[in-house]
Design a protein around this ligand. Structure first.
Ligand code: SF4
Length: 140
């Protein structure tokens, strides 16, 4: 069973209310069992919602330009992990650059669109639980 970011399948769950359907992901999953998840929606955040960035990891702080949304982000990851425990999840294909799903790069917390090396909080949690995490570009 493969966990996949819902926005990559065309679900309109992104912060701007849009989707990010990716044909590479959709084709790859055609003959496989998969489970779509959006940790930000599962944490109780609305769609659309203000964009958020990870301001710090120690202690964890995730903010929009106006509010601290750390609790909702963590709640969403906790909810996803319940599904991971119920299913035999071996791998995840997650949307790049997201503060939840980003695998190799995330925005630096300054809201200036500057990317730094690092992973979103859900990607990190999955990796810590020995689940292989890739992003849509790894399917090239
Ligand atoms: S939290 Fe993940 S699944 Fe949800 S919109 Fe952001 S990148 Fe897509």
């Amino acid at each position: 069973m493969i966990l996949v970011s819902s926005c990559l399948l065309g679900l309109s769950c992104r912060y701007d209310g849009k989707e990010k359907a990716d044909e590479r992901v959709i084709n790859y999953l055609k003959d496989k069992a998969f489970m779509p998840i959006c940790p930000e929606q599962m944490g109780g955040l609305t769609t659309p919602r203000p964009p958020a960035e990870i301001v710090s990891f120690q202690p964890l702080k995730i903010c929009t330009e106006e509010n601290d949304v750390t609790k909702a982000f963590v709640r969403g990851v906790d909810e996803v992990m319940k599904l991971v425990k119920l299913q035999n999840i071996e791998k995840a294909i997650l949307k790049s650059k997201s503060p939840s799903c980003g695998t190799y790069e995330i925005y630096d917390g300054s809201f200036t669109r500057k990317l730094v090396k690092g992973s979103g909080i859900m990607a990190k949690r999955l990796m810590a639980n020995d689940i292989k995490v890739i992003n849509e570009n790894d399917l090239d």
